[in-house]
Design a protein around this ligand. Sequence first.
Ligand SMILES: [Zn+2]
Ligand SMILES: [Zn+2]
Length: 359
Amino acid sequence: MKKDYYEILGVDKKSSKDDIKRAFRTLAHKYHPDKKTGDDAKFKEINEAYSVLSDDQKRAQYDQFGQAGPAGGFGGANAGGFGGFDFSQFTQGGGGSGFEFDFGDIFGDVFGGGRRQQTKRGRDISIDIELTFEESVFGVERTVLLNKVSKCDTCGGSGAEKGSDMTTCNTCNGKGTLREVKKTFFGQFETTSTCDTCHGTGKVPKVKCHTCGGQGIYKKESEIKVKIPAGIENGEMIRLSGGGEAVSGGTTGDLYIKIYVKKHQIFRKEGHNLVMELNVKLTDALLGTDYNLKTLDGEIKVKIPEGVAHGEVLRVKGKGIPYEKNYRGDILIRVHVIIPKKLSREAKKVIESLKKEGI
Ligand SMILES: [Zn+2]
Ligand SMILES: [Zn+2]
């Protein structure tokens, strides 16, 4: 796969050196990894393209051979850094190669105060919880057992044995950060990273906590109480901020709980109402009857009125889904009158006489 360096920079083959430089500056600004619009891969690509097109000799080679160097030794490998390019010959102000470029002007805003420090964050954890239909309606509290990296209870995360003093971290001399001078294509600049020994605090305990060995965290079984709100739906996600894994000197990740609600045997939700189908014998439909209905909050007697019709909907007020503060939906019972497929001789006789009655 051959890369078109002109296309990458958005210039054409006739573009002047200045045009190419300008295009590169704009793109490098945009895609620098430390920027919001940053894109590491694109940034490398832009640099690779510019390193070739900004060099007369390499550009000529590229134009002729389609690559900067007949054997493909250049720019072909993406070995790391910026496309395997040898930056040593391009140190800022090094002259020699005729390369002059003011990187301070482009990256001053980015690197001016050293690399932006990123707060470390523990891993997020995701689990599933299955609820009964009733639990989803009324809400429930569940306790889950997670084997995860947590803050040490013994030292409260400080890593120090009880009563132990803190002393200055030797690795960073108490600064909490480590500075590193990097020599790159852009010249030389400093990066700052958080000290791994003290996790940025600049202090380490004189005596390490015996439980966590001074890390302030360790992997253990933790019981987590999860309060599941009333009215949760199947497939909904709950986020427990700080319920994930802890990390030394950083913020704890989050716990994501995906909710699965088991189907109810007889009810289904329709808004705040619970809907159900009820088979009613023909004689019960004609004469009326009482039906014992198991609602979400216990059994009640429902009156099936005399002469109820097939498809008729009976409403039991206030036994549906609770909503807002004091409201509840209803239970809606859709009646199915069962017509017997076969009649005994006896039954037939009776119905014949009903027929005479005009029914
Ligand atoms: Zn500890
Ligand atoms: Zn340190």
